[in-house]
Design a protein around this ligand. Structure first.
Ligand code: MG
Length: 173
């Protein structure tokens, strides 16, 4: 159960303020792609997403992308955004993620992972020992593999909520 408890919770990544990152000493964001940053159908970042990432960078926050999806789409998406990425990350396993973060020279203490799934994103971050912000799904639609995870995610999320384990990012002081 402990490994499924996120550090913070937000409805989506776009609502979190720069001030929050500043206050918590967050210098790097490692963001999940599908249903966190975009729909799994998006082949390229939207104008809104590009603006969002540029604004973070302008304010001194580094943005990295981590997706369990493999192949061309993740590559194209991340390269269009101009940010480092890992595809086929195999979350919740920590091995590839740790290696990627090490290669990128990321300091774990000032890192925040952000993702929409308890089973992959939250579990992985807690295994790595880094902060994790859980979000709701950005759009309603999931890829079929994710739909299976949701069968476990949904009741688990409700339980965490009931027990007061979902700490909203903006109600943290
Ligand atoms: Mg996702």
């Amino acid at each position: 159960m402990k490994k499924f408890i996120p550090t913070y919770y937000a409805k989506n990544v776009y609502e979190v303020s720069l001030d929050f990152y500043r206050k918590h000493g967050i210098k790097t964001l490692l963001i999940d792609l599908d249903n966190t940053l975009a729909s799994y159908r998006d082949r390229e970042p939207s104008a809104e997403t590009i603006k969002f990432v540029r604004n973070l960078e302008t304010n001194g926050i580094r943005v990295l992308l981590a997706s369990n999806n493999s192949g061309k789409r993740v590559k194209r998406y991340a390269e269009t955004l101009g940010i480092p990425y890992i595809a086929g990350a195999r979350k919740p396993l920590a091995y590839k993620m740790r290696k990627f973060l090490k290669n990128e020279g990321v300091d774990f203490n000032s890192l925040l992972m952000i993702g929409d799934q308890l089973l992959t994103d939250v579990f992985c971050a807690n295994t790595l020992g880094v902060k994790i912000m859980l979000t709701d799904k950005l759009v309603n639609e999931d890829q079929w593999t994710t739909r299976i995870n949701r069968l476990i995610d949904r009741p688990l999320r409700k339980r965490l909520q009931r027990k007061g384990k979902l700490k909203e990012w903006n109600q943290n002081d």
